[in-house]
Each structure stands twice: as structure tokens, then as C-alpha cells.
Design a protein around this ligand. Structure first.
Ligand code: NAP
Length: 470
């Protein structure tokens, strides 16, 4: 596939191969972009910005709706692309496509609600003769940088609100999963998005990232990815608006009064969805000791039922990790924990990029798999004396995106809501529950700002105040 610059699909001699992580088969190639391509894309986006900011909102709404319809009409093709270039099973990929359709549709709806308000100037002595208001105007050119794990919907979360708000975009998708992003770009162009408003440059972040994030014509960087790349970008960005959707090390609390069937089933799903490569995937489960034994037994049994295999098989529950290198990394982290005293209750084996769903107990505090984001199909179980201990331990990391709690006691739920340091709490479901209209983002190292269309639109537009001196 090609990249999109100034309304043209552009190829290059130097290519990047896109491979299926399960069997390493070659799916396609994309151009290996350069700093010069980024420069060209930003120059095009300058034109795109002046076009999109002048488009009537009803026209932006029409384009976003139509793009959503195009994705919907070709849902199976999008799902197969997600499932083959990435790790998701075909069933998981179909859900992502459905969500991307929602994301684009909600973007169209929210475009209508970019509103301001009148201001009470005459409430300030000396301003009796003033009237006015503020409205929101687009921010300019947005650099959108996206990760591999939701290769379609996380792109839609940037393009939808950016276009709805009247901005132009230069998108750099993850190098391992650029195809879904390019297909979304094609849908937008087919829907009538004017040339230059959206530009897509494919290429390695290490090679083209600096050209994108340091350019002063870029007014906002909207980044979703790991903490390391996020911190590097923030240091280099200079004076720009920053949106950072970063990683986490997500806790779930299981209280003794919980509905145990729900707690087991939903925590297993939350731990192994997308092979655990999920920023809100369940990583640490704190279980009140009265029910620890039962939970551990049932959680391990249910995990052993997971069928691991090729992403396109309808009965596969979990596919491969995104690369063999990533599978080797988690193998090292698990082995390190085991050397320090952890026990593997199930899993722990690797074959190529496939790492079996793995459950660990007795994980020593402070080892990598306890403190860092695993982004892999492993989960740690910890018994706790009570909810206080669970909350203290849940908070004892440098991340805070989502948390989950299973309890039938409303007092427990509210205690967790008030005391957990996170951007979202899910009561009686896994931490990985998300719909696309929610404010989404984290505290601590999990990020800055919020996505979720309405909230992204606030970040991607700025208020302009207007005052008449009568
Ligand atoms: P990543 O390695 O940080 O890469 C994310 C994106 O940044 C890719 O497009 C990457 O390009 C690019 N990039 C890397 N270094 C860069 C640089 N110096 N300058 C500019 N761009 C650069 O993350 P990933 O492995 O794809 O994704 C996993 C991470 O994303 C996890 O930590 C996960 O928690 C996080 N995530 C967060 C959310 C959220 O909403 N909070 C959602 C999903 C994922 P290349 O592909 O070319 O390296």
C-alpha cells in the first residue's frame, strides 16, 4: 500500500514489509518514509488546514458519516486486515471495526456540538458596555502518532475528532500495523475529504519521528504509545499542545462479596484480550483472602480453556504476540520473576511469537512483571487481607489508567472510586471495558489529557474570545 501526501497516494523505492506475526507470511509493503516526506506532508497539511477550517460543519459531518458507512460496508475486509497485520483474533478484530464505525459516527455527531457561550462582561465594574462570547476554533496541524495494538480504532480516535474540529492531520501509524490506518485514510478520501486535510506518512518512528514532532508548524502532538517514546517526544516537542495516551499496569480488585462467576469470566477476558497487548488489560488481581483459593482455582481452569492459534480461525481465543521479540521479552520477565520466587500456575511457554496465557502467583513485590507494564498475556494473582490493602497495593505503581473492582457492596465500590489513583474505574467488569464516547486517559505516567471524542475535541480546538465595546 502507499502513503498519502497532498491528496496523492505515494510509493517509494525503499519499502517496509508488513508480516503476519503468527506465521511471518508477507502481507504487503508500505513505503519507508523520510524526513523529507514528513516535511512535504506538513506543507500539504498547511493547505489542508485552511481548507478544513473553512468547510461548513455540515460538510465535515457528511464526510465523517460517509467514511463510517464505508468502513461498516467493508467491515469483514477491515477485520481481516486487523487480524492479519496484528495480534487480534478475527472475532476481536470484528469488534474493533464496529468500534471504529462508532468512533467515526460519534465524531460526526460531536462536530455539531463544538459550542461556546456568551460571557457576562457587565458583571465586572467598568465593563458595563461590553457584550461578547467565546467560540472554539481549530488548533491547526495535528501530528497523530499511533500504536500497533488497536491499529484501526485508535487511528479513528485521532482522525475523527481532528477532522470534526476543522484541523489538518499528519498521521504516522505504527510500523508493524500500517495497513488498517491506510485503509481508514482511503475511506475518508472516498467519502470526499478534500486533498491535504489528511496526510499519512509510513515509516520508522526512530527515523521520521523527530522531523514530525519538532516541526514548529505542528500545533499539537496527539500520541498513543509507550511511556518511553512518549517521554522522548515530550522532551523534543517544544511549544506545542500535547496529548499523551500511554501505558499502564492495570489492577483489578476482587472482594469476598463479589459475584464470583462474573469476576472470573470477565477478568480472564480482560487479561488475555488482544494477547494482553491492551493498555487497560488486567495485569494485577488483588483478591480478598477468604475467596482467594476459589478465585485462583477457577481463574486458572478458565485460562487453560483458552485456545491459542492463528488469528483467522473462528475458534481461536488468543493469537500471537505482535513480534517474536516481544514474546521473548515477556518470557525473560516471567523467568526473572520465577527466579525471584514467583510460581507459574499455568502457561509460561513460548513458540515463536506465541506465548501461552500465563497466570502467576507469589510474584515478589518490585520485580519487573509486578511494577512495569507487561503488555503481554500474563497476569499476577495476589491475596490481600482487605480492601484497604488492595487499594494501597493497586496504587503502588507509577501508572494509573483504569482499574476494576468486583463487589456487591456499594460502600466498597465508592471507597475504590475515591481512593484509586486512575483515570477510570469499572465496577463489576474488567478494567478493559471501554466505549468510545467515554473520557479516556490516565494519571501519573499513563498520560496527559483525555481522548473520547467529545474530550479529544476540547483538546483539538481552542477558545477564541470576542468582545464588543458598545
Ligand atoms: P510505541 O513503541 O511507543 O510506538 C507508538 C508509536 O510511536 C509508533 O507509531 C512508533 O513508531 C512511534 N514512535 C516510536 N518512537 C518515536 C519517536 N521517537 N518519535 C515519534 N514517534 C515514535 O508503542 P507500541 O509498542 O506501538 O504500543 C504499545 C504501547 O502503547 C503500550 O505502552 C500501550 O499501553 C500504549 N497504548 C496506550 C493507549 C492509551 O490509550 N493510553 C492505547 C493503546 C496503547 P514505530 O512503530 O515506527 O516504532
Amino acid at each position: 500500500m502507499e502513503m498519502l501526501i497532498a491528496g496523492k497516494w505515494v510509493d517509494k523505492k525503499e519499502k517496509i514489509e508488513v508480516r503476519n506475526p503468527y506465521d511471518d507470511s508477507l502481507l504487503d509493503t508500505v513505503p519507508s518514509g523520510t524526513a523529507a516526506d514528513v516535511d512535504e506532508a506538513i506543507t500539504a497539511a498547511e493547505k489542508g488546514y485552511s481548507i478544513n477550517r473553512s468547510l461548513p460543519v455540515h460538510e465535515r459531518i457528511r464526510i465523517l458519516r460517509k467514511a463510517a458507512d464505508i468502513v461498516d460496508a467493508n467491515a469483514e475486509d477491515y477485520a481481516r486486515t486487523i487480524a492479519t497485520e496484528g495480534s487480534k483474533t478475527i472475532r476481536e478484530a470484528r469488534k474493533e471495526v464496529m468500534r471504529a464505525v462508532q468512533t467515526m459516527t460519534i465524531s460526526a455527531e460531536e462536530a455539531r456540538r463544538i459550542v461556546g457561550e456568551t460571557l457576562p462582561f457587565d458583571s465586572v465594574p467598568g465593563s458595563e458596555n461590553r457584550v461578547g462570547y467565546y467560540y472554539r476554533f481549530p488548533i491547526g496541524i495535528i501530528a497523530a502518532i499511533t500504536p500497533f495494538n488497536d491499529p484501526l480504532n485508535l487511528v479513528a480516535h485521532k482522525l475523527g475528532p481532528a477532522i470534526a474540529g476543522g484541523n489538518a492531520v499528519v498521521l504516522k501509524p505504527a510500523t508493524v500495523t500500517p495497513l488498517s490506518a491506510i485503509k481508514l485514510g482511503k475511506a475518508l478520501m472516498e467519502a470526499g475529504l478534500p486533498a491535504n486535510v489528511l496526510n499519512i506518512v509510513t515509516g520508522y518512528g526512530a527515523k521520521i519521528g523527530d522531523a514530525l514532532v519538532t516541526d514548529p508548524r505542528i500545533r499539537m502532538i496527539s500520541f498513543t504509545g509507550g511511556v518511553e517514546a512518549g517521554e522522548e517526544i515530550v522532551k523534543k516537542a517544544g511549544l506545542k499542545k500535547i496529548g499523551m495516551e500511554l501505558g499502564s499496569n492495570t489492577p483489578v480488585i476482587v472482594c469476598k462479596d463479589c459475584d464470583m462467576d462474573k469476576a472470573v469470566e470477565l477478568s480472564v477476558s480482560g487479561a488475555f484480550w488482544a494477547v494482553g497487548q491492551n493498555c487497560i488489560g488486567v495485569q494485577r488481581i488483588y483478591i480478598e483472602e477468604d475467596v482467594y483459593e476459589e478465585f485462583e482455582k477457577r481463574f486458572v481452569e478458565r485460562t487453560r480453556e483458552m485456545k491459542v492459534g492463528p488469528q483467522l480461525d473462528e475458534d481461536t481465543d488468543m493469537g500471537p504476540m505482535i513480534t517474536e521479540g516481544e514474546a521473548k521479552r515477556i518470557e525473560r520477565w516471567v523467568n526473572d520473576a520465577v527466579e525471584k520466587g514467583a510460581r507459574i500456575l499455568t502457561g509460561g511457554e513460548r513458540a515463536g511469537a506465541v506465548y501461552q496465557p500465563t497466570v502467576l502467583a507469589d510474584v515478589p513485590p518490585g520485580c519487573t512483571i509486578d511494577k512495569e507494564e507487561v503488555f503481554a498475556p500474563t497476569v499476577n494473582l495476589y491475596p490481600v487481607r482487605n480492601l484497604d490493602e488492595a487499594i494501597t497495593k493497586a496504587n503502588d505503581v507509577n501508572f494509573g489508567l483504569h482499574a476494576g473492582i468486583f463487589t456487591q457492596d456499594i460502600n466498597n465500590a465508592f471507597k475504590a472510586i475515591y481512593e484509586l489513583d486512575v483515570g477510570g474505574i469499572i465496577v463489576n467488569d474488567s478494567s478493559d471495558y471501554r466505549v468510545d464516547l467515554m473520557p479516556f486517559g490516565g494519571v501519573k505516567k499513563s498520560g496527559l489529557g483525555r481522548e473520547g471524542i467529545k474530550f479529544a475535541l476540547q483538546e483539538m480546538t481552542e477558545p477564541k474570545v470576542v468582545c464588543f465595546n458598545l
